[in-house]
Design a protein around this ligand. Structure first.
Ligand code: URA
Length: 425
């Protein structure tokens, strides 16, 4: 077929800071998906977008083109409303695990089509795969059945949703072009809009462990995504939340499942409970349900949904979680109150211990990770345990210890404030 544009014209236009037309954008995304635009050309364009940006209209058109590259789902035949959450990714961010069954316990269906982790932030599917027997791949019929009962499903996003994004995200990952707001916003929102959820709450992370290191950048990303969702007819809001320190006290696949179950049993760390309840309130409200989500955490109703949800995907909610074969504890060399614990260092250490993968084909260790004994606000004396490292491969301890060196800061007094920094709607 005769192509209406040449890739090089589009690359030079964006390199020179020009706006791309609707037709140019639609063709670019489609031609890249078809293999007509080569990876090296798309890499150059992604860098030009990274450097020169795109305006709201261009981002909306780019997002639409990525949605149109594949299939879309439609949950309007369900007997209940749908509401979903997406986090831009952080260290110890296991919130989806307690959140999905909590929201479902109020009669709002949660279609969580998720991915596996790459780099220092863990993937939801990797965490759930630590549960014996649990299965991430479901057919569309199974997804619909589970959304009716028990009401929440966390599973692998099928290859058919936004295939242009899959190809482009892998390319961005190896060409230094991930952290561009137009590309992150269109990547996330194309998948969520294609997924067909009625309402969407975004958890946009800010801090060392997140893509966005400062609040202004995070606010711009949140605003861009909320506008994209709203323009596409998805009720979308965003919370900006702190990712300067890890969430909770357990980092790693099985360890994060364990901490999520503590939260579902009415306990767990205060920051995880705060964020789970706040996101649940937003998800329910966007679906037209006003409730205090803390209630169903306390009375066990969310736990009932969790158990059914795990069993429905062949997991055993009572199975003992895998443990790593080796542990090593790092102790404090000084006394004081913990005033900082760097999220990125903890995330990279956990990754180096085997909890994450460097390439998408790599396996992950279910039991690997980090238990935090001293978090922000905790008082320690020299010799007290700070963290325990877990791995199946002793050779990994040294590199994990290296990155944790300097991760803690101490002061005379400190406390962990609210993890919720702002709301965008
Ligand atoms: N997550 C995504 O799905 N895409 C991005 O570009 C960044 C984070």
């Amino acid at each position: 077929m005769t192509e209406p544009f040449a890739a090089v014209e589009i690359i030079t236009a964006k390199r020179n800071g020009q706006r791309l037309t609707d037709e140019q954008i639609a063709w670019t995304v489609d031609a890249y998906t078809r293999g007509v635009i080569a990876d090296e050309q798309m890499a150059a364009l992604a860098m030009a977008i990274f450097l020169n940006g795109m305006d709201r209209g261009e981002i909306a058109r780019w997002t639409r083109a990525m949605i149109d590259s594949g299939e879309t789902m439609d949950f309007s035949s369900l007997s209940k409303p749908t509401s979903d959450k997406h986090s831009t990714g952080g260290v110890g961010d296991k919130i989806t695990l307690p959140l999905a069954p909590l929201v479902a316990s109020y009669g709002v269906a949660v279609p969580q089509l998720s991915g596996r982790g790459l780099g220092h932030t863990g993937g939801t599917l990797d965490k759930l795969e630590a549960i014996a027997g649990w299965r991430a791949d479901l057919s569309n019929e199974e997804i619909f059945a589970l959304l009716e009962d028990p009401g929440a499903v966390i599973c692998a996003a099928g290859a058919g949703l936004a295939p242009a994004d899959k190809k482009l995200y892998a390319l961005r990952d190896i060409t230094g072009t991930v952290e561009a707001i137009p590309l992150i916003a269109s990547s996330i929102m194309s998948k969520k809009i294609a997924e067909g959820t009625g309402a969407l709450v975004l958890d946009v992370k800010v801090g060392s462990g997140a893509f966005m290191k400062d609040l202004d950048q995070a606010r711009e990303l949140a605003r861009t995504m909320v506008d994209l969702g709203t323009d596409a007819g998805t009720r979308t809001t965003a919370l900006l939340t702190d990712m300067s320190a890890p969430l909770g006290r357990k980092i790693g696949n099985a360890l994060e499942v364990e901490e999520s179950v503590e939260v579902l049993a009415g306990g767990g760390p205060a920051d995880i409970v705060e964020l789970t309840v706040a996101l649940a309130r937003e998800m329910l409200s966007a679906a037209g349900v006003e409730a205090d989500p803390a209630e169903n955490l306390a009375n066990g109703k969310a736990m009932d949904v969790w158990r059914k949800m795990i069993a429905a995907q062949d997991g055993d909610p009572d199975a003992e979680l895998p443990r790593s074969t080796h542990t090593e504890t790092i102790t404090a060399t000084e006394s004081g109150v913990v005033s900082g614990l760097d999220a990125l260092s903890v995330g990279v250490a956990s990754w180096r211990l085997g909890a994450g993968r460097a390439r998408k084909e790599d396996p992950v260790q279910a039991g690997a990770g980090i238990t935090i004994h001293a978090h922000i606000g905790d008082k320690v004396a020299a010799g007290d345990p700070l963290v325990t490292l877990h791995t199946d491969d002793e050779g990994r301890f040294e590199r994990a210890r290296d990155i944790l060196d300097g991760a803690y800061t101490f002061a005379d007094s400190a406390e962990r404030g609210s993890v919720i920094l702002d709301k965008i709607q």
